[in-house]
Design a protein around this ligand. Structure first.
Ligand SMILES: Nc1ncnc2c1ncn2[C@@H]1O[C@H](COP(=O)(O)OP(=O)(O)OP(=O)(O)O)[C@@H](O)[C@H]1O
Ligand SMILES: [Mg+2]
Length: 735
């Protein structure tokens, strides 16, 4: 038997293992160690026991329990996972594991439905922190307390409890010894596998952590580098690699740039370390590198931290490089700009006299007091500040010109001075502003004009409002007036209608009076005395007068009410004149007046209303007779192409010029004394004019007071028949 086989079967076969089992054990071990991981190895061990059901439980030193790790013939989930407390020293499995004694028994609980069973302890090489086995007398007591002992407790030095394997049934002693040895041999291998499994897990976790950290620092846009004491790069992120490392296949240019960068970086670190700048976090921290891809200069600010000795070797540094190229460029630009501004507006370089008065204190005179000088200086300072701030603003801006209004103060009087400032930049050939020219314009006058304009606008607005109010008032008055006119017209119509009906009612009784009076005068009702006859004649005269009056009123009313129809026919001037002359002849004769008619023989007939023409002539002739005490009355007709003119001339009392226009009005008689003398109502001329209007003619008067009067009537050759002709309806409407 080989030494190895001897080792396998145990000390001198004391465990009761057959030497013939040695090759099988060797083969088992060889296969077990080939397993890829702990679960496979455990499964192989259980399978190799060649029993129907078996369970492997391992000691969990952290949780202080014995828990199921693997099983065969019994689903693991049936076994529960809370495990057996290692403190439970009455549990046969705990006892078996912790005393490292093979224990057998029947009716085992803890989820194992085995009626008979054997528990084999599984050892592992001891190590610091390994579970400590129970030994000696106490162990024997425990084992005795839990049931049949198969093998005596025999702790082997250098072994610690790893777990226990429980199988169903109790095999023959020979077989039992073999299985016990198998489990004992498998213990260290399983323990090793488990430890490896744990460290694999840890390694995986660390790897993930490292990857995440790597990703993080690689994602940073700033290069990050860890260097050792020799300033060689130990770790760097992606960006640092890009700047400081070259790879296979890189171009010559890139390699060169990387070399230069390394040189620059190393020299920077050495210098910084030598000057102690890193430790003190002071000194120059800028580092210029080259972009190996684009060849452009990149300016970095280096933040270097010494790494603690326990983290890395002594003299290691963590350097973070911040790209400040753009920042530096912006700062430079700003500085250059500021420089330019400073040189461009290094204050007022040139000034004309008027401007000087604003920006320089006036020369002191004998009367300038100390206080006055202070006030002047203040004004100059204020002006200067306002102006300079405007110019600086403008200088910084990109605009070429700027305009602003500002109120300055006159240093000599202290008055406010509204000013318009227009500034422009003078540029050199590089388009840089080298000077600013400003023109100041006094706005006092303009402000005054604006004020006046505003005032004017305000007052004109007031005026407008007043005009609006007045117009509104006027419109109201107009409306009122219109309403009044309508009222007057309505009243006039009512009056005419009233007169028309009243005249008609009056005529009937008067005709009766006239009729009866005539009969009495004729003696039809019997004889009357001379005195009675005289009275009857007076009654007749008065009644006639009343009738004439009523007829006049009726005519007027009819005309005004529009109820005076025309009866158009051919009328010979001659025949009318003859008719009318016969009618008035007795009156003329009674007054002893001469009466002359002049009518041209070839006058053609007119188309007009005969009665109305007669009435017109009768009115004029009766006036002439009435107002002519002595002398002559002439009726003259003149015919021409357009019209016929009929003139009535008398040598009577005449009409004053001022009265010539009023004689045409209703009831208008010019002289009250004449009324008493001549009677009448003052309606004759008014009716005449209205009749003539209907006939399309007109009447005019010419008179010399005290000498005589001429009335001229002009008639058209024909009246507009259609418009005015009488109709049956008109006839029926006549009163
Ligand atoms: N031929 C005339 N000469 C002088 N005055 C005249 C003459 N014709 C008219 N008048 C003046 O004109 C006034 C108006 O004349 P009108 O014929 O309208 O009234 P009347 O003759 O006074 O009254 P009525 O005609 O109604 O009887 C007269 O009152 C008279 O003063
Ligand atoms: Mg008259």
């Amino acid at each position: 038997m080989s030494a190895a086989q001897q080792l396998l079967i145990g000390r001198d076969g004391r465990d009761g293992i057959d030497q013939a089992d040695a090759p099988a054990l060797l083969e088992f071990l060889a296969t077990l160690t080939e397993a890829p991981d702990c679960p496979t190895a455990s499964a192989y061990l259980l399978a190799r026991l060649t029993v129907r059901r078996a369970v492997l439980m391992l000691v969990d030193p952290v949780r202080d329990i014995l828990s199921v790790y693997s099983s065969i013939g019994v689903p693991v989930d049936e076994l529960g996972d809370e495990g057996l407390s290692l403190g439970d020293e009455r549990h046969p499995l705990v006892v078996s594991a912790m005393t490292m004694t093979t224990v057998s028994g029947s009716s085992l609980h803890f989820g194992l439905p085995f009626s008979e069973w054997v528990a084999f302890p599984m050892p592992q090489p001891t190590f610091r922190g390994a579970p400590v086995p129970i030994a000696g007398h106490h162990a024997s007591q425990l084992v005795a307390g839990v049931g049949g002992q198969v093998t005596p407790a025999s702790l082997r030095p250098g072994e610690a409890p790893l777990g226990v394997v429980v199988i169903e049934g109790v095999p023959a002693p020979q077989r039992l010894a073999f299985l016990s040895r198998l489990v004992a041999l498998a213990g260290p291998v399983i323990a090793r596998f488990e430890a490896l499994g744990v460290s694999d897990e840890q390694a995986e976790r660390l790897r993930q952590q490292r990857d995440r950290l790597r990703m993080m620092i690689d994602a940073l846009p700033d290069p990050i580098v860890i260097t050792d004491s020799a300033n060689d790069i130990v770790v760097q992120n992606a960006r640092a690699e890009q700047l400081l490392s070259s790879r296979e296949g890189d171009s010559q240019g890139r390699r060169r740039a990387v070399e230069i960068n390394n040189l620059l970086f190393t020299s920077y670190l050495s210098k910084a370390m030598m000057t102690g700048a890193i430790d003190k976090q002071s000194g120059p921290r800028e580092l210029n590198l080259v972009d190996p891809t684009e060849g452009a200069d990149i300016l970095f600010e280096v933040l270097a931290h010494p790494l603690r000795d326990d983290v890395d070797r002594k003299g290691a540094f963590l350097s973070v490089l911040r790209d400040v190229t753009d920042l530096r460029r912006a700062v430079n630009e700003l500085e250059r700009h500021m420089q330019r501004v400073r040189s461009a507006c290094s204050f007022i370089r040139m000034m004309f006299d008027q401007a000087e008065r604003l920006f320089e204190a006036p020369p002191p005179t004998a009367v300038t007091t100390v206080r006055g000088r202070r006030v002047q200086a203040q004004a100059v300072r204020g002006n200067d500040m306002k102006f300079t701030s405007f110019i600086s603003d403008f200088a910084m801006a990109t605009a070429t010109a700027r305009r602003a209004e500002m109120t300055l103060t006159r240093p000599d009087t202290g008055d406010a001075l509204p000013m318009e400032v227009v500034s422009g930049k003078i540029r050199n050939e590089r388009d840089e502003a080298i000077a600013i020219v400003s023109v100041l314009h006094d706005l006092t006058k303009q402000y005054e004009n604006t004020r006046l304009y505003e005032e004017l606008k305000r007052s004109s607005e007031g005026l407008e409002a007043r005009i609006r109010a007045a117009t509104a008032d006027l419109a109201e008055q107009n409306a009122k007036l219109q309403w009044q006119t309508q009222e007057v017209e309505r009243a006039n119509t009512l009056k005419s209608e009233f007169l028309a009906s009243m005249s008609h009612e009056l005529r009937t009784p008067i005709n009766a009076v006239l009729g009866h009076t005539a009969n009495m005068i004729e003696g039809i009702y019997g004889g009357v005395s001379d005195d009675q006859l005289e009275m009857l004649k007076r009654i007749r005269s008065a009644a006639n007068h009343l009738l004439a009056l009523i007829n006049d009123i009726l005519d007027l009313a009819r005309i005004e009410a529009g109820k005076m129809p025309l009866r158009i026919e051919y009328v010979h001037v001659k025949s009318i004149v003859t008719e009318i002359s016969q009618q008035i002849e007795p009156l003329v004769r009674r007054k002893g007046l001469d009466y002359v008619i002049e009518v041209p023989p070839d006058c053609p007939p007119l188309r007009t209303d005969r009665t109305k023409v007669k009435q017109v002539l009768l009115n004029l002739l009766s006036n002439a007779i009435k107002f002519t005490p002595r002398g002559k009355i002439t009726l003259r007709a003149e015919c021409d192409a357009d019209s016929v003119k009929l003139r009535v001339t008398d040598t009577g009392i005449g009409i004053k010029t001022k009265d010539l226009s009023v004689i045409w009005e209703d009831f208008r008689q010019v002289d009250q004394t004449l009324i008493r003398e001549y009677g009448g109502t003052g309606l004759g001329l008014s009716i005449t004019r209205k009749l003539l209007e209907r006939l399309g003619g007109r009447a005019e008067v010419a008179s010399e007071y005290g000498k005589g009067t001429t009335f001229t009537v002009t008639l058209p050759w024909r009246v507009e028949e259609e418009a005015h002709a009488i109709t049956p309806a008109d006839q029926a409407a006549l009163p």
